[in-house]
Design a protein around this ligand. Structure first.
Ligand code: PGA
Length: 240
C-alpha cells in the first residue's frame, strides 16, 4: 500500500523523511536501515547528522545496507558510493564500521552478488530509503528489469553514464557497470520510504502511482508492497 504525503519543497520532504527515520531508530535502536545515494537523500542525511550532534541520537547499534555501487572503481575513489556515504552520512554518525554494508566489487562477481543477498537475508531491512530516476528506475534497476531479480550486475545505460559524467573528469572515466540490489530484495524491506523531489521526477512518480505495475516502470513494483510511504514535493506531484 502506498501512502502519499505531499509537501511543499525539498526541505519539507527532508524534514518529513527525517521524522520517519528518527521514529524507526529510536523505537528500535538495532534497526537495519537501507540507504541510497544520489542528491535526493542528502537533506535527510544532514538532518540525521544534526540531530545526532545536537540531541545525541545514537546509531551505535544500527546496521546499514546500501542499494548499489559502481564496479571497476576503487572503494576509496571520491565518486564511489562508499565515499559518497562516508562524506554525506557515515562520517557524521556513530555507526560502527562493521555495521555498514555496501555491495562490493570482486574477482568473482556472481559470488559477490550471492554474498550480498545473504547479508540482506540475514539482516532483514527495517526501512529502505529510495530515490527514483526520471525513467522510473530504483537503485540501478532500469526499465525492463524483472521484479524477481535479486542482487545483480548491470551494464549502465549510456544515458545514465552521461547523467553521471559531471562527477568525473570525462565520460570515459564513468564506470560501465554497477552492482545493485534487485527489486526482489527491495520488496523484502518491512517499510519503504520513497523520496521524490523536483519537476524532473513528475512523470516517473505519476507512472509509478497512477498506472498499472509494469517492469517498464521499475518503481511501480512498490504498488504491491504492504508499507510504502511516498514523500513527494509540489513540483514532482504536479501530475498526480
Ligand atoms: P537523484 O537520483 O536522487 O540524484 O535524483 C535518484 C535516482 O536516480 O535513483
Amino acid at each position: 500500500m502506498l501512502k502519499i504525503i505531499k509537501v511543499k519543497d525539498y526541505e519539507e520532504m527532508s524534514d518529513q523523511a527525517f521524522d520517519v527515520i528518527k521514529k524507526v531508530v529510536t523505537s528500535r535502536p538495532d534497526s537495519v536501515l537501507g540507504l541510497a545515494t544520489g542528491s535526493t537523500p542528502i537533506g535527510l542525511y544532514k538532518r540525521m547528522i544534526e540531530d545526532h550532534e545536537k540531541n545525541g541520537t545514537s546509531y551505535a547499534t544500527v546496521k546499514t545496507v546500501n542499494l548499489d555501487e559502481y564496479l571497476d572503481l576503487p572503494q576509496d575513489h571520491p565518486e564511489s558510493y562508499y565515499s559518497f556515504m562516508q562524506q554525506n552520512l557515515f562520517s557524521g554518525l556513530d555507526i560502527p564500521k562493521d555495521n555498514i554494508h555496501l555491495p562490493e566489487d570482486g574477482e568473482d562477481r556472481d559470488e559477490q552478488c550471492r554474498k550480498y543477498n545473504v547479508i540482506l537475508d540475514q539482516l532483514g531491512i527495517d526501512i529502505q530509503v529510495l530515490g527514483i530516476g526520471s525513467n522510473g528506475h530504483i537503485a540501478f534497476n532500469e526499465p525492463g528489469t524483472p521484479f524477481s531479480m535479486t542482487t545483480h550486475v548491470v551494464d549502465l545505460k549510456e544515458s545514465t553514464r552521461q547523467d553521471n559524467a559531471r562527477f568525473f573528469d570525462s565520460i570515459d572515466d564513468v564506470p560501465k557497470q554497477a552492482i545493485t540490489m534487485g527489486i526482489a530484495n527491495i520488496m523484502q524491506a518491512k517499510q519503504i520510504l520513497l523520496l521524490v523531489s523536483s519537476e524532473g521526477k513528475a512523470e516517473a512518480i505519476a507512472a509509478t502511482i497512477n498506472e498499472p505495475e509494469t517492469p517498464d516502470v521499475p518503481a511501480s513494483a512498490l504498488q504491491s508492497h504492504p508499507n510504502v510511504v511516498v514523500i513527494v514535493d509540489e513540483a514532482a506531484a504536479k501530475l498526480l
